[in-house]
Structures are given as C-alpha cells and as structure tokens.
Design a protein around this ligand. Structure first.
Ligand code: COA
Length: 700
C-alpha cells in the first residue's frame, strides 16, 4: 500500500467537515472553526443537511453536492450515520477520511466499525479513527481536531492511541518549548495504524523523530509494525511508550480502544528488533524526543560533563556511565586550555568542575573549548540556580557559546532551580539546545541519543533460514492432524526436529518390550525409556520415563514399571509403545522454544534450560523471521549466553546453538499448524549439541 492517499491526512488541499453545525458548541463546528483559524490555505467545505452556511463557509447537504474535489473528509456525526457518510465519500472520490465519532469498537460496536472499514476499503479510502480527537500538522498548517489550541512547530511527530493524552501533552510540551511536525490521534485504528504512519512519516523531511504512544496492536499486525519501525529507524529515531505492563493496565486497555495489549515481554523484544527506543514514561518519551530532534550524531571520543557542582557531576557521571555513554579523562592539552576558566581547586578531568567560582564568562569560555574540540563526542552541562550567575545569565552564556562554536555534536543542558529556570530552559530549547530541569533527565536524554545512533549503525544481518525437509515434517504433522491430535508423540517430535536439522539424541521406537530390548542393544547402554503417547506432554510427572538403564535386565524391569505407573496415573491415555533413547553425558542445558503470539506471530525464545526453566527465568525472545543478528542478540542477552561463551569453563559450541534457534524459527514459520515447540533440554558441549527432549504442539 502506497502512502499517496495517506498524505491527504496531513497535507490536504481541500477538506470537508461533515457534521459542522450552526450550533457553535458542537464538535463539528469546533473542528471547522479550528481549521479556519489554524491558517489552513486550502479549500474548506461544510456538510450538513440542516444549514446553508456555517461560520461563513458554504454548507452542502452531502459531500456528493460539493462542487470541487475533496481530499479529506472529517466526520463528526453520530456513529450510526457514519457508514452512509463514508459511502458518499467513496462515491465522491475522497482520498481519506478522519472519523472523530465515538461509539464503535471501544464500546463493543464491532460490527458497525467493520462495516465502516469495509465501505472505506471498497472505495479505496484511507480511514483514520474512529474515536479520535483529530490531527495537527504544523507545516500545512492545519488543525482538524476539536481542541482550539495548536502545538509549537517543530520536528517531532507524535502518534497516539489516546486522544485525551495527546491533548494534555499539547499544553505540557508547549510550556516546555517542545515543537511538533504533527500530532496524529489514531483512536481505534480501524484502518490507518502505526505501521502506515511510520511509512508516511519516514518520507516526511519535516519529521526528525517519531514518538508513539501504544496501548496495543491488532491481531496479526505486529510484524508489519516491526518492519516499518525498523525501516524508519534507519533514517530517524522511533521512540515508543507501550502501556500495559501490568495485568490491571491490560484490562483497562481492553475497555479503552479495544486493542490487544499482548504480552509485554513480546513487545519488549519486538521493539528491540525494530531498533525502536522504548520509553518507560511520558516524560521519557518527550525528553528523548526533544534531544533526538535537536541533536546531531555524537562524535568519536568521550562525552564531557561540564558543571560547577561536584554533586551534580557525580549524579550525571553515574547516570551516563550506567547507560553506556563513553566517559574518559580529557586529553592533556584540552585540560590545560580549560584550566584558565577555573580556580586552582577546580577540576579539568571529566567531569569538568568549574566550582562555585563559575561565572557566565567561564562557563561560556569552557563550553566553547569542548564544543570545538574534535576529541569530544558530546557535552552535558549542568548548572544550578545560585545568586551569581542568574539562570538568565547561564542561559545566555550557553546560547552565546553555541553561537560561537556551533552545534556539530550533541549538547544537552540541565539547569536546576526555581520557576525562573523554566523560561530559560524554554529559550535554550528554542535556540536548538535540548534542556531539562533535572540532571538525571539530561543524562537519560543524552544516553538515548547515543543509543539511537549506536543501534542505527547495527546492520540487520543475514536472514537465519534453515531449509528443512519440509515433506517429511508435513507427513508427520499431517498424520497427527488427521487424527485430530494436538500433540506429537516424542518420536514424531524428534523426527520433525531432525527434519529441520536439529541434532537429537539417538532414539528408536519400540512397540513392545522385545523390540525395546533389541533397540537398546543397537543403541548401546545406558539408555532411557519414555512412553510413546500422543496424550501426555510431561511424562516424568506421571512416571512415564525411566533414566539411566544400564542392562537388559534393568530395561525389562523399567519397562514394566513405566507401563504400570502410566496406566495407573493416566488410564485414558493412548500408548503406542516406548521410545528408547541413548543416555547422553550431561552438557550445559539450554532451551529453544517457539509459540504464536496473536499480535506478532511466531515468537522464538532461548534461555537457560533444564527442569528449572520457570524458576531460573533466564531467557530472551525475538519475533520470527529472525536474522543472524537477532539470534546473536538473543544469546548475548542471557546469562546462559555468558556460560556458552566460557564462564569458569571452556567456551561451548555457540554456533551449534544458533543453528538450533534458526531451525526452530524456520519450523514454526513453515508450519502454521504448529502452535508451539519446546526443545528442552539441549545439552551443549564444547563440540556439538544434542536435543534430549522435543515437544511439538499443534493448533486445536
Ligand atoms: N451528514 C451531515 N451532517 C449530518 C449528518 C450527515 N449524514 N447526520 C447528522 N448530521 C448533522 C446533524 O444534523 C447535526 O447538525 P445540526 O446541529 O445542524 O442538527 C450535526 O451533524 C452533528 O450531529 P449531532 O447529532 O448533533 O451530534 P453531536 O454533534 O452532538 O455529536 C459526535 C456528534 C460525533 C461529536 C458525537 O457523536 C461523538 O462521537 N462524540 C465523541 C467524540 C470523541 O470524543 N472522540 C474521541 C476523542 S479521543
């Protein structure tokens, strides 16, 4: 889907407001008034059968009566009338509609929402909403929301599933001097969603940062969102605030926009894969957006903290070093040049401490030095309000230094103090310097700038595909499906795993005791026995497994024992016989798994394996398809990964583990019928791996 029609949402040449009324208090009229007062240069029509003119704008009974072309229809009529309005928009050739009206999916009117989307699709109209507050674009400019205030112009685009949040932030950001290219309320996101807008805003030269507030994505939408966010983050940062970490929040989201909140861990993984920055709060979202909108890429070399207070220097140092920002002592010659701006008891190392004797002039002079020095990658200035210099003088000193030295590297400023500081911070922001009240906010913003540019450089890597023996896996899965099973037997699971190149323990199926004894002879003792059943996944718990059998005698006894225990504990379970498996020497245990997430599709997990996975909880997730880079990151993120690389022992066969991850991912991608896979444990040796147990679950 191209972006041509979507542009009508931000840069329309003509707008019809459907539901504009002579009653000035009605939402349609407020929207019309806001369009007219926002400086919109295009043509505006009003549509309402009960009026001939609203606010001096010619009014038509229907969009079909409008003589000219309509790029965008803004619809503010009660929900039940919306289908007819969209139908008429379709016949009129309208490119996009923004449906302000509430009363759809968010209150359970799912069918009505579906109907509206189908009509729009039939006519090739892009539909924003329903249930939105509207849109602001500061370039066009236009405000077709029902809020009569405009954001400051700037280069942050903000997309929000919550209209009320967007509106309150409009004032909050205006107070702080944060400017926007556009604000887009997407409400129920019945047609146009975050992924479409990412594709659009990627092309928008006015937008330098895309900030998104997400409650949840729709079923099956995750992968496209991830891909669009990935593409976008190669050219501009994408920052996401994803609400719904707690169960209670997930419930609240369901009743708000009817979105699927989904597992937070999966979102976390997907956002990493997309190279999006995940903010933990609204404050972080806008603090980071501001810094990224105004800052160039950090240069090589150390970041410098410039301050006049030891305490703040320590706080900033702690914060920055904990967030991966490089901090090193300054080169000797630079230290010498800085020396003249401070008393003998000042510090020229890093943090540079100008001490309580700092003047506006010494701040200015030292800032010019570090801004100019190519061995400094970024600068963080912290100053506290005192008697001399005043906050105004501090602000002027920074602006003057920037005027002289330019801004070829990130410069982040924090001035902490009373209400007077607020105005100074705003002035600094307007001069292009991201500025904050607290040193922690400043540090976190600078760290976000570093993080973005660091992960932008990371390449996506080769796709990690394994071409398995599809026919073989299909045969096994097809047979189980025909028998309406939801679980493959152990032997079937091994076969499927093997078909995709996963090294599994040597095994044989035995329908009876004699066959088992023969198989054990061939495989060689010691062996393990497991009841071959399609009905029970966890066989240890019901006595269906015997380990470390060392002779035929032991085997015969074990066989009788597992069969008896199994029959007693799960009398209804089908039993085909047993599988005989070679007892493998214990290796370091990891697991690889896959399951299907309703939003993102196949999600692959890797972690510390064995019987205590739930207790240990050392794992990482990624959304398939995976790249080699994804797999490396997955392993890197876990403690198990550190053991694999050689923790108090020799390095283990990481490459073989990576292959298993790729195989499991390819398997679930290839077979929609598989609902989940557990390969646990996998013994990892210095050379090679072997999967000791595999469980494949099918969709019901
Ligand atoms: N074409 C054109 N105009 C139509 C129409 C149609 N098919 N059907 C009705 N209208 C007119 C009405 O006659 C009325 O004009 P009038 O005052 O001249 O009679 C006007 O459209 C508005 O309709 P009305 O029935 O008065 O509704 P309203 O203005 O009170 O409310 C909404 C309409 C859309 C604002 C309301 O239903 C709603 O959804 N509000 C919530 C919006 C919201 O909060 N969004 C989410 C924010 S996060």
């Amino acid at each position: 889907m191209g972006t041509e029609k979507l542009w009508a949402l931000l840069r329309p040449n003509s707008i019809a407001v459907v539901g504009a009324s002579r009653d000035p208090s009605k939402i349609g009229s407020r929207i019309l008034r806001n369009i007219l007062s926002s400086g919109f240069q295009g043509v505006v029509y009003a549509v309402n059968p009960n009026a001939s003119e609203v606010l001096g704008v010619r009014c038509y009974s229907s969009v079909l009566d409008v003589p000219g072309v309509i790029d965008l229809a803004v619809v503010a009529v009660p929900a039940r009338f919306v289908p007819q309005v969209i139908e008429e928009c379709g016949r009129k050739g309208v490119k996009a509609v923004a449906v302000i009206s509430s009363g759809f999916k968010e209150v359970g009117n799912i069918e009505l929402e579906k109907e509206v989307v189908e009509i729009a699709k039939k006519h090739g109209i892009r539909l924003l909403g329903p249930n939105i507050v509207g849109v602001w674009d500061t370039r066009t400019p236009v405000n077709y929301s029902f809020i009569d205030a405009n954001p400051l112009p700037g280069s942050v685009a903000f997309i929000s599933q919550s209209g009320a949040l967007m509106t309150s932030l409009l004032w909050w950001t205006r107070e702080r001097g944060i400017g926007f290219s556009c604000l887009i309320s997407i409400g129920n996101r019945a047609d146009v969603g975050e992924a479409d807008l990412l594709a659009l805003l990627r092309e928008d030269p006015r937008t330098r940062v895309v900030a998104i507030y997400i409650e949840g994505l729709g079923v099956g939408e995750g992968r496209r969102f991830l891909d669009e966010a990935f593409e976008t983050s190669t050219v501009k940062p994408v920052i996401v605030l994803k609400a719904g970490r707690s169960e209670a929040a997930v419930e609240a989201i369901r009743s708000h926009t009817g979105s699927l909140a989904g597992s937070d861990e999966v979102y976390e993984a997907a956002l990493k894969q997309a190279r999006a920055l995940r903010a933990a709060s609204l404050r972080e979202l806008f603090n980071w957006a501001l810094a990224l909108a105004l800052s160039p890429e950090p240069g090589e070399g150390t970041a410098v903290i410039l301050t006049h207070g030891g305490g703040a220097g320590v706080i900033a140092t702690d914060a920055l070093s904990g967030m991966g920002v490089p901090l090193a002592p300054l080169p000797q010659d630079l230290q010498e040049r800085l020396r003249k701006f401070m008393p003998p008891f000042g510090s020229t190392r890093n943090p540079v401490d100008l001490t309580g004797m700092m003047t506006a002039e010494s701040l200015r002079g030292s800032l010019v030095e570090v801004l100019r020095d190519p061995r400094v990658g970024a600068v963080l200035v912290w100053a506290g309000q005192g008697a001399i210099p005043t906050p105004e003088e501090l602000g002027e000193a920074v602006i003057s230094a920037v005027g002289e030295a330019g801004l070829a590297k990130p410069l982040i400023v924090s001035i902490t103090g009373g209400g007077e500081c607020r105005e100074v911070l705003k002035k600094l922001i307007q001069a292009g310097v991201p500025s904050y009240e607290s040193p922690e906010d400043a540090a976190s913003a600078l760290a976000a700038v570093y993080r973005y540019y660091r992960c932008r450089r990371e390449r996506k890597g080769e796709p990690a595909r394994v071409e398995g023996d599809r026919a073989r896996a299909e045969e096994i899965i097809g047979r189980a499906r025909a028998e309406e099973r939801v679980l493959l037997t152990p032997v079937e699971s091994f076969e499927v795993a093997r078909a995709y190149g996963i090294p599994v323990v040597e095994y044989a199926f035995a329908p009876n005791l004699e066959a088992a004894a023969e198989a054990a002879q061939v495989i060689g003792y010691p062996v393990a026995l497991a009841v071959e059943t399609p009905d029970v996944a966890h066989k240890t718990e019901v006595g269906g497994i015997a380990l470390d059998i060392r002779s035929e005698e032991e085997l015969r006894a074990a066989y009788a024992k597992v069969m008896e225990a199994f029959a007693k504990r799960v009398p209804k379970a089908k039993v085909f016989g047993v599988s005989v498996r070679k007892m493998m020497p214990r290796g370091f245990e990891v697991f690889v798994g896959a399951r299907r997430d309703p939003v993102f599709g196949p999600v692959i997990s890797f972690g510390w394996g064995g019987v205590m996975v739930e207790l240990v909880r050392d794992f990482s997730l990624r959304v398939a398809p995976l790249t080699q880079g994804d797999i490396e990151d997955m392993i890197e993120e876990t403690k198990a990964g550190k053991v694999l690389k050689g923790y108090r022992g020799p390095p283990l066969d990481v490459e073989a583990v990576k292959k298993v991850v790729a195989s499991v991912a390819s398997l679930v991608e290839d077979f929609e019928e598989i609902s989940s896979i557990d390969v646990n444990p996998i013994f990892v040796y210095e050379k090679g791996v072997v999967a000791v147990d595999v469980k494949v679950y099918l969709k019901a």
